[in-house]
Design a protein around this ligand. Structure first.
Ligand SMILES: NC(=O)c1ccc[n+]([C@@H]2O[C@H](COP(=O)([O-])OP(=O)(O)OC[C@H]3O[C@@H](n4cnc5c(N)ncnc54)[C@H](O)[C@@H]3O)[C@@H](O)[C@H]2O)c1
Length: 366
């Protein structure tokens, strides 16, 4: 006898750009129904509630009411970063499966509490690293796994913006609500992407430095509409606006990671470069909304002849793919490999970078 899979009931906390990606992904996915929303802003709560047909009694201002609603199976968290842990732990303790936005939490201690809550409740905890779902990243990953680049011994990854501080003076630029600056915000995407491409090596040590030359002077704020935030207090900036880190990996490899919200550079740029024994690759993107650019350059040898590969690249998966993977994990019979450990490892590396920057010397990860 076949049984019809249950339709999962989903809620989303957070009505900003990130929350809206989760709403759209749930609304477009099979086997799940978006039934609840929470967020503090009246107008988007009404507009998004109407757009997704959310019953009036399932639209909340406070995340606690959504978790307590009792009808959800899964919840997405797309709030200021320091709310990820309390919402995730409460939701996991209420028996929900949780998909959190990146960064997982403000530090490794909070991230570990989330993992422990997933373990004690036997629920799925996942973190949306949507950039690894890009078509070029997925293609490069296949080539790396097929051994086309040989052994990769060095990698560089970075995301640098010309003028891209999100919500200058908002929760994004305060340590108490964001945990950190661009390393926590966009550097963590590049860290995740690099470690994913490299096959999940363990980071054994970090030597990092952080700087804040733009934000404290009120410079470098983004004019991109999706990065304009509410709750702005002039001068509220106590995180870095540039970080650089040198990471040692088990097996002898090294990874250079740079992240910046604002810099005197000609254009925004994000990149990963892999240096292997049999080939090398760079994927990069940047520019503006009007003039975006992206490249994927892969070099190796074919029969002793230097060759540049031009693989067919599928479309980007982005949040739709992150949400689909989360739902597939929830649909699996064994959640033991889906407790957020990989995202926790990213949080611990970020911790080590900030600790190294503060003390001015290398920090070893145990
Ligand atoms: N993966 C990505 O590409 C990506 C992009 C942007 C942001 N993010 C992440 O998503 C998260 C949200 O970022 P954003 O840019 O959408 O932020 P945002 O400021 O635009 O939205 C935050 C939302 O959280 C809600 N919120 C705050 N406190 C709440 C509470 N007590 N109860 C209910 N709702 C509450 C706010 O009302 C708001 O709707 C952050 O963790 C950020 O790092 C990820």
């Amino acid at each position: 006898m076949t049984t019809t899979p249950k339709t999962l009931r989903a809620g989303v906390v957070g009505l900003g750009w990130a929350g809206q990606q989760h709403m759209a992904a749930f609304a477009g996915a099979e086997g799940v129904e978006l039934v609840g929303l929470a967020g503090m802003e009246d107008a988007p709560l009404a507009t998004l509630g109407d757009l997704y047909g959310i019953a009036a009694e399932h639209r909340y201002h406070d995340w606690k009411d959504l978790v307590a609603n009792g009808e959800l199976d899964v919840i997405s968290i797309a709030t200021p970063t320091t709310l990820h842990r309390p919402i995730a732990v409460a939701a996991l303790d209420a028996g929900l499966h949780v998909l959190s936005e990146k960064p997982m939490a403000e530090n490794g201690t909070a991230a570990r509490e989330m993992v422990e809550a997933a373990e004690r409740n036997d629920r799925v905890l996942d973190v949306s690293f949507n950039h690894r779902q890009r078509g070029d990243v997925q293609t490069l990953k296949k080539l790396v796994d097929a051994g086309v680049l040989g052994e990769i011994y060095y990698a560089k990854a970075g995301w640098l913006r010309r003028e891209g501080i999100p919500g200058l003076g908002s929760w994004f630029t305060r340590k108490a609500t964001a945990g950190g600056g661009p390393l926590m915000d966009i550097g963590v995407h590049m860290l995740d992407m690099a470690l994913f491409l490299l096959g999940e090596p363990t980071v054994t040590s970090a030597t990092a430095a952080t700087y804040a030359e733009f934000g404290p002077r009120g410079r470098g704020g983004s004019s991109n509409a999706t990065m304009v935030k509410t709750g702005v207090t002039a001068g509220a900036f106590d995180v870095e606006d540039l970080s650089t880190a040198f990471l040692r990996l088990d097996g002898g490899g090294t990874l250079l990671l740079e992240s910046s919200w604002a810099q005197w550079i000609p254009r925004d740029e994000a990149y990963v470069t892999l240096y292997g024994s049999e080939g090398g690759a760079t994927l990069a993107w940047g520019g503006t909304q009007l003039e975006p650019w992206r490249t994927l350059d892969i070099r190796t040898e074919k029969d002793g002849i230097p060759a540049v590969l031009d693989p067919a690249v599928p479309p980007d998966g982005q949040h739709v793919a992150s949400v689909r993977q989360f739902l597939d994990k929830v649909a699996s019979s064994d959640f033991s490999n889906h407790r957020g450990h990989q995202a926790l490892s990213r949080a611990l590396v970020v911790d080590a970078c900030y600790a190294s920057a503060a003390q001015g010397s290398e920090v070893t990860l145990s």
